[in-house]
Design a protein around this ligand. Structure first.
Ligand SMILES: NC(=O)C1=CN([C@@H]2O[C@H](COP(=O)(O)OP(=O)(O)OC[C@H]3O[C@@H](n4cnc5c(N)ncnc54)[C@H](OP(=O)(O)O)[C@@H]3O)[C@@H](O)[C@H]2O)C=CC1
Ligand SMILES: O=C(O)CCC(=O)C(=O)O
Ligand SMILES: [Mg+2]
Length: 729
């Protein structure tokens, strides 16, 4: 096993790796540090899943499973880049591309009939949504802006949209019948197994058997009423029309891969209700499944003029929709993974409460977030900015996050215990001694789910928060709502630990709405605060605050201190940025900023130094920090526009500053001597390298694929400077 594992992913970050990884490997080798890749890309995972369909040459090892084992060991030192969390349309596109490239992987069966097809679907469903992060996240989350990054943002504040006090933008959530209002929760005294049973007029169905919980696990159960949801959506569609705003739905269909595509499907069905009423059976015959989105629906009915005419008539009567891409007519309801709440809501808030409409212009929006558990965070943020005006990134303090994440904590681990209820009845969660832990009366189509959080991760999370607060000395708030069933159980863990450690006076506990306001007030004053949250708010807040403070979450330090002693260094909270790939394809400019990778690399090397007593790794790591600082101080981050320096330029500068820092340091004479000529060559080659990088921009390029690019073609595009390549090798 290599000292450091650098993940092979998809889309923009993977393109960046084609340029950056050779530099990392070359520099690390000088200190005897090995850096290897493991493939967690969507196509890599598909190929690893169907070996029997592939030739011996085409087969691929199951790197995700291997990494899943590694992160449970003290040896883990993994740099994890963002990967695609695939919706079904993305999965199908990746399958089609592989087939075209000569890989005989099976089609995704939409409506499996045979056992074999059901097996294929189950194997694909295992790859759906956020299938990677939960496997690797065997620790809690520590995300914050490095000091250099934060002070750069303060000195170079990004543009922020203006807020008007009479902006009509608002958040709308259900008034009841949602996950929030139906939640029950209990902490288990003993280790136990449990089963989930649905009882209807037709009898008993075991929805899930043999779930095991260690003692001390907090186990929740809740459901969303389908009737309450559709009536809420109906009301919101009407209300949006009356208000003259954009209808926008924000959810996390990738992470909440069972529940949220169903909720999304209800929105598609409700928005097009007259069409479903009239053409329901014809559309079903065409294989329409509203959960797959409007994009899939339109493709399936494209040859039926009467359905299309009724869709047009219905849309004309509906409020305008918030658009993903107004030029291409891609709406909010096209694909469930196109609008991901953690990125979409902050972008809208940063823009002053504006979203893009079908006319290609910005408008106020009705942000429909059906469930009330976390919607108040966005609602309160919007209210705060309406009252106080936009945040000033030049003076704002920062919100750091310590998030409960380990061992599939809370909602993000609930997929195996989430069910769309087939018929009215009762759902019971029954423990092995026969105790009924939780019970709900449900109707057909309700979404019932159970989530849990284990004792060891909870205690680790509280201790991580105590350590962080001690280091920062700033305000620290547990975002927990004493009136919410699950949060009350967590508070019962948090308070005694704080008291036992004598630090209870350093922490506050507030419900998400109050904590949002308190945190915005704190950073507006230029002060810092730590948000100590559950798993979902970890995700939401580590986009919300960075996007307001730094313009993007991609620049964040994202450290997962693995519970068994290893380290996982995620590169930012940002995703895979499909738009960036499109720009590279069209005009050979990659605007992806690798700052997240630079920060993660520095942390990973320092971690190697600590855990393996590797002093040369420490020297390399310190020099990485100097190089990152150099990129920021000298303005060598990528530009967004073709013809201007891009991702590849930033890698050249990074290599140069890294080599210069290594040559200049005096802790390790051998490394200094090794890097002195490299630093000189990089400096002397500057004019040639920059000219070679600039020369290629403009024309379209061919990478030989989107989901699975051709390695040689990608290397040629991403490493166009022969002068730089000669130095890096
Ligand atoms: N940790 C993970 O593995 C994550 C994976 N994803 C996956 O990423 C894909 C896209 O998701 P999406 O919601 O569009 O979110 P992204 O984070 O990919 O993109 C949102 C926007 O943020 C900006 N951005 C993000 N990272 C960078 C960067 N390094 N440099 C410059 N700008 C950046 C870009 O803005 P602009 O285009 O304006 O420059 C981008 O369009 C999905 O497949 C999703 O599943 C998403 C989140 C996390
Ligand atoms: O795993 C995913 O799909 C997304 C993860 C994410 O958004 C985050 O961790 O911030
Ligand atoms: Mg996120």
């Amino acid at each position: 096993m290599a000292d450091i594992i650098y993940t092979k992913v998809d889309e923009a970050p993977e393109l960046a790796s084609a340029s950056f990884l050779p530099i990392i490997q070359k520099f690390a080798a000088a200190a005897g540090v090995s850096v290897d890749t493991m493939d967690i890309s969507l196509t890599g995972r598909i190929l690893a899943t169907f070996p029997e369909n592939l030739t011996a040459d085409q087969r691929q090892s199951d790197d995700l499973a291997e990494l899943g084992r590694l992160v449970k060991t003290a040896d883990a030192n993994v740099i994890k880049l963002p990967n695609i969390s695939a919706s079904v349309p993305q999965l199908k596109a990746a399958i089609a591309e592989l087939q075209q490239q000569g890989f005989d992987v099976p089609d995704y069966p939409d409506a499996p009939t045979s056992g074999a097809q059901k097996d294929v679907q189950a194997r694909y469903d295992g790859m759906k949504g956020s299938a990677v992060n939960p496997v690797l996240r065997e620790g809690n989350s520590d995300r914050r802006a490095a000091k250099a990054v934060k002070s750069f943002a303060q000195k170079n504040p990004h543009r922020m949209g203006d807020w008007s006090a009479n902006s009509k933008t608002e958040v709308s959530s259900m008034s009841g019948g949602d996950f929030f209002s139906n939640e029950v929760s209990a902490t288990l005294a003993n280790e136990t197994t449990a089963k989930i049973v649905l009882t209807t007029d037709a009898g008993e169905t075991v929805l899930k058997d043999d779930v095991t919980y260690p003692a001390g696990t907090v186990v929740d159960a809740t459901f969303m009423s389908a009737a309450a949801l559709t009536s809420f959506l109906d009301t919101q569609i009407e209300k949006t029309k009356e208000d003259g705003t954009l209808f926008s739905l924000h959810m996390k269909a990738t992470m909440m891969k069972v529940s949220d595509p169903i909720i999304f499907g209800h929105a598609v069905r409700t928005f097009l209700a007259p069409v479903f009423e009239k053409h329901g059976s014809a559309m079903a015959d065409l294989g329409v499944n509203p959960n797959a989105g409007l994009g899939d629906l339109l493709a399936r009915v494209k040859d039926d003029a009467s359905i299309l005419a009724d869709i047009d008539a219905c849309m004309a009567d509906r409020p305008p929709m918030y658009m993903v891409d107004s030029d291409k007519g891609i709406t909010n309801l096209h694909v469930s993974s196109d609008v991901i709440i953690d990125a979409s809501m902050p972008a809208l808030i940063r823009a002053g409460g504006k979203g893009w409409g079908p006319d290609g212009k910005e408008h106020d929006a009705n942000c429909v977030i059906p469930d009330n558990s976390y919607a108040p965070v966005y609602d309160e943020s919007i209210k705060f900015f309406k009252e106080n005006g936009k945040l000033n990134p030049a003076t704002a303090g920062t919100v750091q996050n310590i998030g409960l994440m380990a061992q599939k904590a809370e909602e993000y681990g609930s997929h195996p215990t989430t069910f769309e209820i087939p018929a009215a009845g009762t759902v019971k969660m029954i423990l092995d001694d026969g105790t009924v832990l939780h019970e709900h009366n449900v109707e057909a189509n309700d979404i019932w789910r159970s989530a849990s959080a284990r004792k060891a991760p909870i205690e680790d999370w509280v201790n991580l928060a105590i350590d962080r607060q001690r280091l920062e000395g700033c305000r620290a708030i547990f975002w927990l709502d004493a009136n919410r069933a699950h949060d009350a159980e967590l508070i019962a863990y948090v308070k005694p630990i704080l008291e036992a450690k004598g630090v209870a006076d350093k922490f506050e506990i507030m419900a998400p709405r109050e904590a949002t306001r308190a945190s915005l007030e704190t950073i507006t004053k230029g002060e810092n605060t730590i948000a100590i949250t559950g798993n979902v708010l970890r995700d939401y807040l580590t986009d919300l605050f960075p996007i307001l403070e730094l313009a993007t979450s991609a620049k964040m330090l994202s450290i997962v201190k693995l519970m068994n002693g290893g380290g996982l260094f995620e590169t930012g909270a940002g995703g895979s940025a499909p738009k960036h790939v499109q720009q590279l394809n069209e005009e050979n400019h990659l605007r992806w900023d690798s700052l997240g990778e630079f920060c993660a690399l520095g942390e990973s090397l320092m971690f190697l130094a600590e855990t393996k007593n590797n002093e040369q790794a420490r020297v390399l790591g310190q020099a990485v920090d100097a190089a990152t600082q150099g990129i920021l101080d000298n303005g060598h981050s990528p530009s967004r526009k073709v013809g201007e320096p891009d991702n590849r330029n930033s890698h050249y500068w990074f290599a140069r500053y890294w080599a210069e820092a290594l040559a200049a340091q005096s802790d390790d004479a051998a490394l200094a001597a090794h890097f002195a000529p490299i630093a000189t060559a990089l400096a002397e080659g500057e004019a040639a390298i920059l000219a070679e990088l600039a020369a290629v921009q403009g024309p379209a390029v061919d990478l030989g694929g989107y989901y699975k690019t051709d390695a040689a073609k990608t290397a040629a595009v991403m490493r166009p400077s022969t002068t730089l390549n000669a130095i890096i090798g």
